[in-house]
Design a protein around this ligand. Structure first.
Ligand code: MN
Length: 232
C-alpha cells in the first residue's frame, strides 16, 4: 500500500453489546416512507410496489451520546427515529432466508434531515442529497446481535425531544419488512458486512433547535441520544 497524501477524519465504529470490537461502518442505506402514518404526514401515498432508498455518507456518522452543531443551510432540521439493521454476510439477489441470515445486529438510529431542503428539492424533482446527507446526521446507538434478542415483531419505537414524546409506534407497522428490504436492495448492490440499513421512521417527525436533547429507544435495544448545540 502506498502512503496517503493526507489523512481523513476517522469514521467511528459502532459498539456492539457483548463485543470488545466495534462494527465498522461501510455504507449507510436508508429506506424512505416505510410507515403509512409517516407517508401521510409527508403528504404522499405509500407505494406498495417497490421500496426506495437514499444514502448517507459514512463520514456523516456519529455515535449516540454526541453533541453536534445545528447544521448550516436549514431552518427546519428534523429528527427521524429508526431501526437500523447491520449486515454480517455478503448477499446478492438474496432469497428471504438468505436475507434474514445476513442480519448480524440491530440498533437504534437517527436519520437527521434538512426537511426544508428535502421538500424543496423533491418539489423540483431533484435528488435529496442536501436534505439527507448532512454532516453528523447518521446517529447510531450500540448494536445488539440478532442472536441476542427476540425476533423483530411489535417492539415499541419511540423518540422524545427534551423528554417530551414525539414519535411512538411499533415495528409491526413497517410497510416493507426487513427481509423484503434486503431482498430488494441486494438486487442493486452486492451487500456485505459493514452495510447498515435504516428502515424508515414512524409518524411524528418534527423540528429541533440548538440546545434540544433528542432521546429514543426500541424495546430490547440500547437507547439513543443526541444533543444539538449552536451552529458551528
Ligand atoms: Mn428516514
Amino acid at each position: 500500500m502506498s502512503d496517503s497524501l493526507f489523512s481523513l477524519p476517522p469514521v467511528p465504529g459502532i459498539p456492539v453489546r457483548g463485543e470488545s470490537a466495534t462494527y465498522p461502518i461501510g455504507r449507510i442505506f436508508c429506506v424512505g416512507r416505510n410507515y403509512a402514518a409517516h407517508a401521510a404526514e409527508m403528504g404522499v401515498e405509500v407505494d406498495r410496489e417497490k421500496p426506495f432508498y437514499f444514502t448517507k455518507s459514512p463520514a456523516s456518522a456519529v455515535l449516540s451520546g454526541a453533541a453536534v452543531p445545528y447544521p448550516p443551510g436549514t431552518e427546519n432540521y428534523h429528527y427521524e427515529m429508526e431501526l437500523a439493521i447491520a449486515l454480517g454476510a455478503e448477499v446478492f439477489r438474496a432469497s428471504p432466508d438468505e436475507a434474514r441470515a445476513a442480519i448480524y445486529a440491530y440498533g437504534c438510529a437517527l436519520d437527521m434531515t434538512r426537511r426544508d431542503l428535502q421538500l424543496s428539492e423533491r418539489a423540483k424533482q431533484r435528488p435529496w442529497g442536501l436534505g439527507k446527507d448532512v454532516e453528523n446526521s447518521a446517529v447510531f446507538a450500540p448494536l445488539t446481535r440478532a442472536a441476542d434478542m427476540a425476533p423483530i415483531a411489535a417492539q415499541r419505537i419511540h423518540l422524545e425531544v427534551n423528554g417530551e414524546t414525539r414519535q411512538d409506534a411499533t415495528l409491526d407497522e413497517l410497510i416493507w419488512k426487513l427481509d423484503e428490504i434486503i431482498c430488494h436492495l441486494s438486487g442493486f448492490y452486492h451487500l456485505r458486512p459493514g452495510d447498515l440499513i435504516l428502515t424508515g421512521t414512524p409518524a411524528g417527525v418534527g423540528a429541533v433547535r440548538p440546545g434540544d436533547v433528542i432521546t429514543g429507544g426500541i424495546d430490547g435495544l440500547d437507547p439513543i441520544r443526541l444533543t444539538l448545540t449552536d451552529p458551528a
